[in-house]
Write a protein that binds this ligand. Sequence first.
Ligand SMILES: [Zn+2]
Length: 235
Amino acid sequence: MSALNDLLAVQTTDIAISQAKHRLTHLQETIDRDSAKKSLSEIDAQIAVCDTEIVAANTEITKVDRLSHEHDDKLIKLNKQLKTVIAPREAEALQHEIAIVTTERSLLDDRELELMGVVETAELRKSELGPLQVSAKSSLASATMALSSVKQKIDAEIAALIEQRSAQALVVAPSLMSTYEAKRKHRPDGAVCRLTGPTCGSCHLDISQGEINSMRAMPVDEFPECPHCGSFIVF
Ligand SMILES: [Zn+2]
């Protein structure tokens, strides 16, 4: 029956390995790192929006500038023409054209001011986001380090447990070990258990005193099993 005690030790280590692996995939540090990553990418996205707005506004400012110059040149030309014309009707037509170009020129100025306002607002927003981005980057770096450190610790813990498990398994007969592995597929934490009073530690059902007595009387090379769940019983 001491073979079952050895097997119980293997199971205890197997449970510890599963628990450590479960912890590894459910770390608060992973949640913290992911949330730091998300915060930073949100700030990055807002900065990218500002950059896009600035580039678009500056491109349009260049275009408006070019149009303004064209209008200025046109006005100079028209005013020169106006000085040379004699016919009142021709002068009137020129004055009308000058008025149109002047209005357009003034609209271009308005648009340029508007666009400069857009650039200014976006730059201001960017300057506000800058320090937030720095702090979000630093939070992400700390969270990444914290995660990697806790992962390393658990990985080392698992490696030590696996080593311990190999040593523990060495003393268990291979046939018993394969039966254990098969039982473990159905009851990962209860392929081997002790009784609590008459109660099976795996399925928590009561075993009759008669059955317990006959299990106790079994020869050493036979291994008692719970009549309900098939778990090996260690006395
Ligand atoms: Zn049972």
